[in-house]
Ligand binder design. Sequence first.
Ligand code: KG4
Length: 351
Amino acid sequence: MKQPILLAIDTSCDDTAAAVTQGTVVLSNVIASQTELHKPYGGVFPTVAKQAHRENIALCIQKALQKAGVLPSQIEAVAVTQGPGLAPSLEVGIHYGQEFATTHQIPVYALNHLEGHLFSVLAEPNRRITVPNREIKVQFPAIGLIVSGGNTLFVKVEDLQSFTVLGSTLDDAAGECLDKIGRMLNLGYPAGPVIEQFARLGNPQRFPFPLPLTTVKSFDLSFSGLKTFARNKLETLEKNGSLDTQTIYDLCAAAQSGVFRHITYKLEKLLPNQNISELWLGGGVAANSTLRRELRKLLRRVYPNKKVPLRVPYTKRLCMDNAAMIGVAAYANSKNRVHRTQIDRVPRQTL
Ligand code: KG4
């Protein structure tokens, strides 16, 4: 049986995204970024985001269909993000998704953005051959690590339908922490990619960041202390007049290392009790090469006698907010999908 062709939409935050997917194959993945619009605010300004989504969404959908070489009448279902995210932003995608589904008399499914990041690792590029009619090849169980600007969590994935959150951040997300430290250093928004570049030129050992929650047994995370440590360090350096370029590189290297050390420390406590076959990594921060390297090292350390691969999205574009991951998630976990005539936004949705 051929897999259905889906139109997927994600407007959870500041990127307007539309994609066409078939099974796990990404036929197109269009993203209209609002990064430049929000730069002056140092973060995402919700009403500005909503207006930009409204201006971009129709064209994004049109481009996604064109790039996929698919007519609107060939779309068999719509998958749209209902949460978590900014309520005004989510509203735009839901509205357009429902409208498209009503016009073409097809079902519309409400998707969780976090499920999208989780299943982004299953996405496959379009190799322009007949779409493979085959099972998703994954070894279960897996642990999913979602690290983005809005969320950081560990998820146990038993199979495509069952997952449980084992721990999550109690305050800021990992990407948010990097963005806030970047803002203190005037690195622009989002700062994660710049911090990654600057960190390559710096010495992480010069400013050893504290390791949070070491006395707490849970697998929850907390990044706010790292942010405070960076602020205090920066104030001292500014007072002493010693904030030169090399010091900024060193601070970036130390901050990045502090954030990743906290994640890997908790993961190292979590993994030995989990006989997993794969580690999945999704979300914006998953684009970071140092994090990937650290996680691969960790897997070799924890499982010296078996190969546990780190599964990452096939392109870094799928780490950032995008709609292709929403289409793939809708297919991967299709047993749990029910058509909804009315979809509500769920800004604080959890997995
Ligand atoms: O997944 P995403 O686009 O948005 C959410 O769903 O939250 O993630 C955006 C986050 C931002 O915090 C950004 O700074 C971070 O991902 N990010 C990175 C890198 N690329 C993006 N952080 C570290 N290294 C990177 N290369």
